[in-house]
Design a protein around this ligand. Structure first.
Ligand SMILES: CC(=O)SCCNC(=O)CCNC(=O)[C@H](O)C(C)(C)COP(=O)(O)OP(=O)(O)OC[C@H]1O[C@@H](n2cnc3c(N)ncnc32)[C@H](O)[C@@H]1OP(=O)(O)O
Length: 525
C-alpha cells in the first residue's frame, strides 16, 4: 500500500513543542560594550557607547548590558559616567553592569565614582589560572573575594561573580570549581557567570557541565558566556539554555576578543524557533538596525553571509529557488526576513532564471511580455557572466537598453577596438568596424578615450564619403545606490539632417557604454 503524504499548501513555521507551561524567561545580558569592545582595533567613544546602550535597553530590550571593565582608562570612566547618568534618570541603573577585579577597594571606588551599581567581579574559575596568574591558593582567593563583596555590598552595590576560565576549570579542576560555588552560596551575590573564556567547549560538554551545576545548585542563578573560537558560540548557548542556564551573555555581530562571542541575533532566533519552553524579551525586529549601527560605530565589518544580519542572507540567487518560491514558497524556512525588519530579495546574475527576474520586476511594478522577458533574462545572464553585479535598480536601464537595441537593424558593427590611456600621452584607439559587410581599420588619438574613438570613426566615415551626426549632449548616469562596480548608462544626444535623437548604452565601463550608444546611432542614420 502506498503512503499518502499531505502537505499544507502554505507551509507554516513548525511548532516544535506543544508544552502548555508558561515559558521560562532567559535573561539576556549584552556585552558588546565590554567584551565586544575587546575586538582587536575597536574602541567606542563615550557618545557612541551611550547611543548603543540606549538602543539596547529601550528598543532591543535586552535585560542587562555590560558596558566596561573598571580601571581601564579615563575615557572609559567618562563613558560609564555618561551612561549611568542617563540610566539613573530613566530608571535603568540596575540593568547596567561593569566588570571589576579582585583588587581590594580599587574597583569598588571606581564603580562608585562612575555611578554604577552592578559589578561583575572577575575571579578565577580554574585552578590553572588561579595558581599561575594570581599565584594564590583557593582559600586566599575566596578570602579576597569575600572582602570585595562585603565592601561592595556595604556601599550599596550589587554583585555578580565571573568564574574566568570556568570551562577549563570544569574539565581539569572540577573539585576546585565546586568548592568555589559552595563558597559563593554563602555570599550575598545575585548571579554566577560561567564563561567559556577560551571558547573551547563543544555543545555536548556545555550541556553536561551546565546541567551538573543547575541540578546541584537549584537556588543559584547561572549565566553562560560563550566564545566563538570553534564557531560553536550559538550552538553552545542553545545547549546551555536547554540544560537550564538562566541567562546568556551575547554581543551584537558576535564582536569580542579573538573569534568573538556568541552573536545576539543568531542566539535569539534559534532560541525562539527551537526552545519553545523559554522566552526572551528581545525584539527581533530591532536586531538588524542595531547590527548596522554597531557596524558603523565600530568600523568592524560583518560578512554578507552572517546569519540574520548579513546583507545576503535573505537573498535567493538560484533561478530554481526563485521558481519554487513563486509557485509555493518552497524555499522559505522559519527565518522569515520580515521577523527581523528585512525583506527577501532575488539576486540578478548568471544564475538568474526567468522567475528570479519576474520577482524583481513585480517588486518594481513592471510587466513584460514573455518574449521581452526572455531577452532581458539573456542580457542579465551575459552581464553576470562578465562578473558584473546586477541589482534591481539596474533593471529599468537593462530593459530599456535591450528593447531599444531590438528595434534596430544592425548594418554597422563595431568589431574590435583597443583603447589606451597612459600618463603624459594622449589617449588613443585602434578601431575595426564593418559597414554593410565591408571592414575598415583606423587609428586615432583624442582628448579622452571616447574622443579618440570618435576621431577614428570620423576617419572611416570620411574615407567612405559618409557624414556623421554632431554630438550635442552626453549624459552619464548610474542607477540609484550604484556602487563602483555598478552599471553605467550613457545617453548621447545627436543632431543630424535637422533632427535630434538620443541613443543609449549600458555597461559597467563608461567608455564602453558610450561606444554602444554610438553604434546604435550609426545604425539609425
Ligand atoms: C573575561 C575577560 O574577558 S577578562 C577581561 C578583563 N578586562 C580587561 O583586561 C580590561 C583591559 N585591561 C586593562 O586595562 C588592564 O589590564 C588593567 C587596568 C585591568 C590592569 O592593568 P595593569 O595594572 O597594568 O596590569 P596588567 O594588565 O599588566 O596585568 C594584569 C594584572 O591583573 C592581575 N589579575 C588578573 N586577573 C585578575 C583578577 N581577576 N582580579 C585582580 N587582578 C587580576 C594579574 O595577575 C596582573 O597582576 P600583576 O601585575 O600583579 O601580575
Amino acid at each position: 500500500m502506498q503512503a499518502v503524504i499531505q502537505l499544507d499548501s502554505k507551509q507554516q513555521p513548525v511548532q516544535r513543542n506543544s508544552n502548555t507551561k508558561s515559558p521560562r524567561h532567559i535573561e539576556i545580558m549584552d556585552t558588546t560594550l565590554r567584551d565586544g569592545e575587546q575586538t582587536s582595533g575597536v574602541s567606542f567613544s563615550a557618545s557612541e557607547k551611550l547611543t548603543i546602550a540606549q538602543l539596547l535597553l529601550t528598543e532591543v530590550k535586552v535585560d542587562r548590558i555590560e558596558i566596561a571593565s573598571a580601571r581601564v582608562s579615563e575615557g572609559e570612566f567618562k563613558a560609564v559616567k555618561k551612561i549611568t547618568e542617563w540610566a539613573s534618570a530613566n530608571g535603568h541603573l540596575d540593568r547596567i553592569e561593569v566588570l571589576t577585579f579582585v583588587d581590594g577597594d580599587t574597583s569598588v571606588n571606581w564603580m562608585l565614582q562612575a555611578g554604577a551599581k552592578v559589578m561583575n567581579l572577575l575571579t578565577k574559575g580554574s585552578l590553572n589560572h588561579l595558581t599561575h596568574q594570581l599565584k594564590k591558593t583557593p582559600e586566599q582567593h575566596f578570602e579576597d573575594i569575600a572582602k570585595v563583596i562585603a565592601l561592595a555590598t556595604s556601599k550599596g552595590l550589587q554583585c555578580n561573580v565571573y568564574l574566568e576560565d570556568w570551562s577549563n576549570g570544569m574539565r581539569n579542576s572540577k573539585e576546585y570549581v565546586l568548592q568555589f560555588i559552595d563558597f559563593l552560596q554563602t555570599q550575598p551575590i545575585k548571579r554566577v557567570l560561567l564563561p567559556d573564556t577560551l571558547g573551547v567547549l563543544i555543545p555536548s560538554e556545555v550541556y553536561q557541565y551546565i546541567l551538573e551545576l543547575t541540578s546541584a545548585y537549584p537556588n543559584l542563578h547561572f549565566d553562560f558566556h560563550a566564545h566563538n573560537d570553534y564557531d560553536l558560540g550559538t550552538a553552545n548557548v542553545l545547549e546551555a539554555v536547554k540544560a537550564g542556564a538562566h541567562g546568556l551573555h551575547l554581543t551584537i555581530n558576535g564582536m569580542g576578543e579573538r573569534a568573538g562571542n556568541a552573536p545576539l541575533a543568531s542566539a535569539i532566533a534559534v532560541l525562539n524557533d527551537y526552545v519553545k519552553e523559554v522566552k526572551t524579551s528581545v525584539v527581533e525586529k530591532s536586531l538588524y538596525s542595531v547590527s548596522k549601527l554597531v557596524e558603523t560605530f565600530s568600523g568592524f565589518r560583518i560578512s554578507a553571509n552572517k546569519p540574520i544580519v548579513g546583507e545576503n542572507v535573505f537573498t535567493q540567487t538560484a533561478g530554481i529557488h526563485a521558481d519554487g518560491d513563486k509557485k509555493n514558497k518552497l524555499y522559505f524556512n522559519d527565518l522569515m526576513p520580515e521577523r527581523f525588519g528585512r525583506e527577501r530579495k532575488y539576486a540578478l546574475g548568471k544564475t538568474s532564471g526567468k522567475a528570479n527576474i519576474e520577482n524583481n520586476l513585480q517588486q518594481l511594478g513592471i510587466q513584460l511580455s514573455g518574449e521581452d522577458l526572455k531577452k532581458v533574462t539573456q542580457r542579465i545572464i551575459e552581464l553576470g557572466d562578465r562578473k558584473e553585479a546586477v541589482t534591481q535598480a539596474d533593471l529599468p536601464y537593462i530593459i530599456s537598453d535591450v528593447l531599444d537595441s531590438d528595434t534596430i537593424r544592425e548594418k554597422v558593427h563595431v568589431e574590435n577596438y583597443v583603447l589606451t590611456h597612459s600618463k603624459n600621452l594622449r589617449p588613443s584607439v585602434t578601431l575595426k568596424i564593418s559597414i554593410e559587410g565591408e571592414s575598415f581599420e583606423e587609428h586615432a588619438q583624442g582628448d579622452g578615450q571616447y574622443d579618440a574613438f570618435m576621431n577614428a570613426l570620423k576617419k572611416v566615415y570620411t574615407q567612405k564619403g559618409l557624414e556623421l551626426p554632431t554630438l550635442t549632449d552626453y549624459e552619464v548616469r548610474i542607477p540609484p545606490g550604484g556602487k563602483s562596480d555598478a552599471l553605467c548608462e550613457t545617453i548621447i544626444t545627436w543632431s543630424f539632417s535637422g533632427r535630434e535623437f538620443k541613443t543609449r548604452g549600458l555597461d559597467s565601463d563608461q567608455t564602453v557604454s558610450a561606444i554602444q550608444a554610438t553604434q546604435k546611432m550609426l545604425n539609425l542614420i
